[in-house]
Design a protein around this ligand. Structure first.
Ligand code: X2W
Length: 281
């Protein structure tokens, strides 16, 4: 088959998926480990703009852990993680906000604009999108979302603008800033929007079962059993916990997938094969 015929066939095969997701709200968590170089960033942005072009309402929520680490190191600030979350003191939270709301957020906004889309970068502070309490006294200024005000996101996507959200939030008291785990923030936003899909883009292929291969479909019950038996461990735990919570809050399906794979989001939404591990009841 010629290249042109192949491309036309692919587009034709995508029709049922394009129809299914027209008007859908898809929250995409773009983790720092999935970001890669400028070419990978440009490709991610193209996928997001394509989603928007075919009538999906994408909402991007990003991380940036490795970029925060790099700046903390430059500044000589030591940083520890407890149960997958960064212990965050006053000096650290300032660096987190600078890097996430500044550097990383604007890099993604710029990439989406370069791909021909419209994007506006905000953080959980803007319009009180995500109001937090301290998650755990041991972690300092790490926030747990307690109040979500997602109308600003609807206003943006209804106007044709792709929201890009940094996981930094306001506290209940004045002048508090919280560092929120990116997966937690994406799950809370997807739950509050009752999104059709939450895609968690990371640097592993998905959730591995007892035999070490990636499971393509998993139920919440299987996740609970695999966590209890230690098959799901380490950095995967915050992701699967986020997935279960988002499903409870009304998200239809959550997929954990490798964001470094070319066109990961498109493969997941618009092909028979999908990508990564999809969790749904
Ligand atoms: C994260 C926020 C960034 C993040 C941090 O300080 O690294 C907490 O751990 P990735 O790239 O998605 O890991 N916050 C509380 O989640 O980045």
């Amino acid at each position: 088959m010629s290249d042109a015929a192949h491309t036309a066939k692919m587009l034709s095969e995508a029709l049922p998926y394009l129809q299914r997701y027209s008007g859908a709200v898809v929250v995409v968590k773009f983790g720092g480990n999935a970001m890669g170089d400028d070419a990978a960033m440009a490709e991610f942005a193209r996928d997001i703009v394509l989603m928007r072009q075919v009538g999906v309402n994408p909402v991007v929520v990003h991380g940036g852990g490795p970029m925060i680490n790099e700046m903390l190191e430059k500044l000589g600030i030591k940083s520890d993680f407890v149960r997958g979350k960064r212990v965050t003191d006053k000096a650290t939270v300032q660096v987190v906000e600078m890097i996430l709301s500044g550097l990383v957020n604007k890099r993604i906004v710029q990439a989406i604009m370069d791909a021909g889309g419209r994007a506006v970068g905000i953080s959980g502070k803007d319009d009180d999108l995500m109001v937090c309490e301290a998650d755990d006294p041991e972690l300092g200024f790490v926030g747990r979302p307690v109040e979500m005000n997602v109308q600003v996101l609807r206003d943006l996507y209804n106007a044709g603008i792709i929201p890009v959200v940094a996981p930094v939030a306001t506290g209940m008291a004045d002048n508090e800033t919280f560092n929120v785990n990116g997966d937690t923030a994406a799950g809370a936003i997807a739950g509050a929007l009752k999104a059709d899909r939450l895609l968690l883009l990371t640097d592993v292929a998905g959730v591995k079962g007892a035999d070490g291969t990636v499971m393509t479909q998993i139920t919440p019950e299987e996740i609970r059993q695999m966590t209890a038996s230690g098959i799901i461990a380490g950095g995967m735990i915050p992701k699967t916990e986020t997935a279960l919570k988002a499903l409870e809050e009304g998200v239809r399906a959550v997929t954990i997938l490798d964001g470094r794979v070319a066109n990961a989001c498109l493969m997941e939404l618009f092909t028979d094969h999908g990508a990564g591990s999809q969790i749904r009841s």
